[in-house]
Design a binder for this molecule. Structure first.
Ligand SMILES: *Cc1c(COP(=O)(O)O)cnc(C)c1O
Length: 397
């Protein structure tokens, strides 16, 4: 229950561990895994009522499953959303939100430097269905209003942006979307609902790749869409019949991961801030970007809409693209991977990997300078993290 008998709303941490998921006759304390593709009917009448949506209940795991329901219930409470749908990956969540809510002839405004596969959907897949898009610059709010067209139906953003960590004012953009009567869709994966709740600022939909900080230990691929009831109804219809459903095993894992989300995010963010401060004073480092550093150009805005600064720090190592690659080869135990949001610290050099397909000017337009390094700060001890970075900076000189 979201409230107790005194009608007091529970806090985030309590909602993360307490749900109403049914138990079997064994009365498990921890939610069991319901690894079943279908559910049996009690009677012909109950079967009819279930299919007619007259009574709640599970029919078939593509439609719903107790583990998926529990995961969705937790994220909805954390985000302040009416309802949600769990999907097989973050990308299937994003794609499903587009396909369920848009039609031929519609137009999307998206923040430039969205996740790579989102860029591919916008540029390669949606045009086949007659859905067009324009990018707007997250660091330049003045250009957003001019991007709206008569057929604009959705604004889709990531804030902070990846990897440049630029921020857009959710409350302002939420107001603009409301005025223009378009769906405001936020990919909130970088923050998790512990750090940022876009719906509070006017977003209609909040989407996550649960693969990242929600899982937090690099085990599963998953996604979730939460938001306003009427939109989720459309999304549920589309998902039920097109089938991007999450596996109950993954939602079982993810629902348990959410129990520790608050404590993990506190530590990720505490260590990320400490690392950002350390890097800012390092002579081999040109520039450090972290939302909760006072030097971040949108520091006040970050403080307004984010609880903490996030688990990702980016910095520019002196010496350009060559030095950036040498830095990565000089690391001893950080993982060199394109992922983020893991208990293990991960280092990425976007210019030579995730964003290597862009032209140099396109990279610069989204803040990816040649020596930019992205660190997803893990749960190792901060002193060990600093030592590893110091050593790699020295060795790569
Ligand atoms: C990883 C990621 C996605 C895609 O999620 P998958 O679970 O890998 O499909 C989408 N958006 C952002 C911001 C991401 O980091």
């Amino acid at each position: 229950m979201p409230t107790d008998s005194s009608n007091q709303k529970h806090h985030f941490e309590t909602d993360a561990v307490r749900t109403q998921t049914e138990r079997t006759q064994h009365r498990e304390h921890s939610t069991p895994l319901f690894m079943t593709s279908s559910f049996v009917f009690e009677s012909a009448e109950q079967a009819r009522a279930l299919f007619a949506d007259e009574v709640p209940g599970n029919i078939y795991t593509r439609f719903s499953n107790p583990n998926n329901n529990e995961f969705v219930e937790k994220v909805c409470r954390m985000e302040g959303a009416d309802d949600g749908v769990a999907t097989a990956s973050g990308m299937s969540a994003i794609f499903t939100s587009f396909m369920a809510l848009l039609k031929q002839g519609d137009h999307i405004i998206a923040s430039r430097s969205v996740f790579g596969s989102t860029h591919q959907i916008l540029t390669q897949i949606l045009p086949r269905y007659g859905i067009s898009f324009d990018y707007a610059d997250i660091a330049n709010p003045s250009e957003w209003e001019s991007k709206f067209k008569a057929n604009t139906k959705m604004v889709f953003i990531e804030t902070p942006s990846n990897p440049a960590l630029d921020i857009i004012d959710l409350e302002w953009l939420g107001g603009l979307c409301k005025k223009k009567n378009v769906i405001f869709n936020v990919d909130n994966c970088f923050c998790t609902p512990y750090l940022q709740t876009p719906i509070q600022y006017g977003a209609d939909i909040s989407i996550h790749s649960a693969t990242k900080f929600m899982d937090g230990q690099g085990r599963t691929i998953g996604g979730i869409i939460v938001g306003k009831e009427d939109l989720i109804k459309e999304i549920r219809f589309y998902a039920r019949h097109s089938g991007p459903s999450m596996s109950p095993f993954n939602s079982w894992v993810l629902s348990k991961s959410l129990e520790t989300l608050a404590v993990r995010m506190e530590r990720h963010c505490q260590s990320a801030l400490a690392l950002a401060e350390f890097l800012e004073s390092h002579p081999e480092v040109e520039l450090v970007k972290y939302p909760f550093l006072p030097s971040h150009p949108q520091h006040d805005l970050a403080k307004k809409q984010m609880r903490l600064g996030g688990g990702v720090v980016t910095f520019e190592v002196k010496g350009g693209i060559e030095r950036g690659r040498k830095f990565l080869d000089s690391l001893e135990w950080f993982s060199h991977s394109a992922n983020l949001g893991d208990s293990r610290t991960i280092a990425t050099h976007p210019a030579s990997t995730t964003h290597s397909k862009l032209k140099e000017e396109e990279r610069l337009a989204v803040g990816i300078t040649p020596g930019l390094i992205r660190i997803s700060v893990g749960l190792e001890h901060i002193e060990d993290i600093k030592t590893e970075i110091t050593r790699a900076l020295e060795k790569s000189r």
